[in-house]
Every structure is written in C-alpha cells, then in structure tokens.
Design a protein around this ligand. Structure first.
Ligand SMILES: [Zn+2]
Length: 387
C-alpha cells in the first residue's frame, strides 16, 4: 500500500483480509505488472440488469412530486459534468416555506457503480409520502423536520456504471480535507457535482446527514482522514448504532463489531464528504455501506429495502435528540452550550446562528444553553432525552 501513496491519483477502496480495490487511470495494469504486484481485475457488471436509467429515476421523482405537492418540493442543486440535473426531494409540511425546523439529508450514489442507495432512496421517499397522515410516527417526522433526499449525486457515473464522475474524479476524495494541503473550503477546481454539494450545504443548516455506498455492509463514522478521536465520538458512535442495530446484516456482522467502525480504523481516506461536512459545517454525517455487491441483482432490491427501512427512519429521528431553538426569523446571534454533570458545567460548544433557528444533535443529558443576540442574553436549562 505504501507504494500507492506515491501516486495520489490512485484510489484504494474497501480493504479486507482478501486485499483491496484499486482504481486508477489507463496504464495501471502495466504498472502493477512491472512491480510484480499480484492482482485480479475487479468484476465490473456490464449490463444494467433491470435498474432504471437516470431518465426513469427523474420521471419517478417528478411523478411523486406531482402526486404529493403539499409535502414535496423537487429541485436541482446544479448539474453533473455531462449536464444531468442533481435532484433533491424536500419532504416537509409547509414545504415551500423555510420553516424553523431541523434539516436532515440523505445522499446516495456518489460512486456511480454503487447503485443500491439510489433506488432505496426512491423507495424511501415513496414510503414516507404514502404513509403521511396514516402512520403517526412518519407524519410527526415530516411535520417537524425538513428532510432532503438526494438519490444520485453522480448520475453520469451511474449511467456509465463507473465509480467516478464522467471524467473519472472520485467524488468521495474531492472535498476539502483539514489534514491535507487541500484544506480550504473553496469550490474552485473541484468536480461539478462536488461544487454543487458544497454550495447546497452552505445555503442550508443541516445538523444530521448520511451518505450511502456499497461494497461492504457497515456504518462508517468520522474521522476518515485522521486517527484522532472525533470530539463527539460517543455521539457519532451512538448515531451509527441507531442505524446498524436495526439492520439485521449489520448488527450480525462477523467482520465489524455491532456493524459500525470508525473510518480511519478501517482505512484512511482524504477528501471524503463526511469529514468535510462536520469539520466545516457542523453537520454530523456517517457513511453507510449497504451491500456486499456494488451492483447486485435488481430483484434483490426489495430485500435491501426491508433490511434498511427501519434504520432509515431511526437514524432520521435522531435529528430530534438535541436542542432545537426557534426565535423570530430576523434574529441572529450566538449559542453557548454547557453539559451539566455532577453539578459541574462542562463547555460543549459555541456557535453562531442566523434565521432565528439553531439545531444541534447532542447526547442525552442536562444542558445549560445561553443565547446572545445583540444586547439580549437569554439562558435556560434543557433536558435532552434519548430518541
Ligand atoms: Zn463508495
């Protein structure tokens, strides 16, 4: 593996006892042969095997949007390199307003050949919409959350059945990274799909997200890029467990204890989306690997949905475990949070807020919150209970 670090254009993926996957430009095989490195070609599926095309996914989203106009809004956050729209479905009550509710997002298919997440997101959207008004827990979630679901962040890649985007950029290695030289949160020079995501994230206030991949079955939590512990290690672990506990394949995993792992402990990646999301936007994000095969039989999709449905819901609900402050829209200021334990107040974080709202996912416990807006100071004690 050391050898490959000299060639930053090579991408190592999913190491296991059997080896790892290596992606790179033309000439890679010749190079490996020269070095006498043993390898086999990754089996690439050549046929779509019944999976919908990008146009069919697009049509399905429009259809759902027309059928449920009061609780959905479908919009594009930009275009892929080849000009395909990067669709996001917002699901919420009063969907055309920006309400003071916590904002959640699921993003799938940033690796084009990891297809399962894309179609599961479509099924999940449909499931949420069909159960609105009848299932009380789903109704409550939609009424109290702004849910954003992006079935495909890499439509060109999934059309071409390849990992990277149209020019082979690996989108999950193309975000700013606080441990490398690429440590400025600027969009210039990055793949179009990454630029669109960066702009979208900067315009919203996400406090919890997940993104979906394939090739293993596990929840991977930050950091990926560094071996240091995340400042909220306990919380990110519990969020991961909220997902993995309800997926029978994950919780029964013989390879990953309880179906979760700290990214860096598995393998280091630089420029990943989950680390960027928290480091620059305080949006907690985990990476969910959904299927051992990246492009499994289409007929298996319903089984994958059954395995993940409760996890999708449980993880989404976790956004309500924390503080949710709502003021008048024009109010901005700063929030300081202390955790109260054994009569002691321990500083947790200080953050600015605007638009009259502040949402933060926190571990259960007692917190002292102090809000400053202009000359006004307001403080309170809040109990955060387990979701
Ligand atoms: Zn992936």
């Amino acid at each position: 593996m050391k050898l490959f670090q000299k060639r930053p254009e090579l991408v190592v993926d999913l190491p296991s006892v059997d080896g790892y996957e290596l992606y790179g430009p033309d000439g890679l095989e010749e190079w490996l042969k020269q070095l006498k490195v043993p390898y086999t070609r990754v089996k690439m599926t050549k046929t779509r095997g019944g999976y919908p095309s990008f146009n069919q996914i697009e049509e399905a989203l429009h259809k759902l949007n027309r059928k449920y106009p009061l609780i959905t809004s479908l919009f594009s956050i930009g275009q892929s390199e080849q000009g395909r729209e990067l669709w996001v479905m917002k699901i919420s009550d009063n969907v055309r307003q920006d309400e003071q509710e916590p904002e959640f997002k699921y993003v799938a298919n940033m690796h084009g050949n990891e297809i399962v997440g894309r179609d599961l997101m479509l099924l999940f959207i449909q499931d949420l919409l069909e159960n609105y008004g009848t299932d009380s827990s789903i109704t409550r979630l939609i009424n109290s959350t702004e849910i954003f679901i992006m079935p495909s962040m890499n439509p060109d890649g999934s059309e071409m059945m390849q990992r990277g985007n149209a020019s082979w950029s690996d989108l999950n290695r193309s975000f700013p990274d606080f441990t490398t030289n690429d440590n400025h949160n600027t969009a210039t020079g990055r793949p179009a799909e990454v630029q669109a995501m960066m702009k979208f994230q900067a315009e919203r206030r996400f406090s919890l997200s997940a993104n979906f991949h394939g090739g293993a079955v596990v929840v991977n939590y930050p950091w990926d890029t560094s071996a240091i512990e995340h400042s909220q290690e306990e919380l990110v672990k519990n969020l991961s467990l909220a997902y993995a506990n309800l997926n029978p394949v994950m919780s029964g995993s013989s390879r990953f204890k309880n179906g979760i792992i700290r990214g860096n402990e598995w393998y280091e990646i630089n420029g990943g989306m989950q680390d960027w999301s928290y480091y620059w936007h305080q949006d907690l994000q985990v990476t969910v690997e959904l299927s051992y095969e990246k492009w499994p039989l289409y007929s298996e999709l319903n089984g994958f949905y059954q395995d993940n449905r409760e996890s999708f819901l449980a993880y989404l609900k976790m956004i309500h475990q924390g503080v949710n402050l709502q003021f008048k829209k024009e109010i901005s200021g700063s929030v300081v949070i202390y955790k109260v334990e054994d009569g002691q107040s321990k500083f947790v974080k200080k953050e600015n807020f605007s638009g009259g709202e502040y949402h933060k996912v926190l571990p259960p416990g007692e917190y002292q919150i102090s809000v400053t807006s202009g000359d006004d100071v307001w403080s309170d004690t809040i109990m955060v209970t387990r979701e």
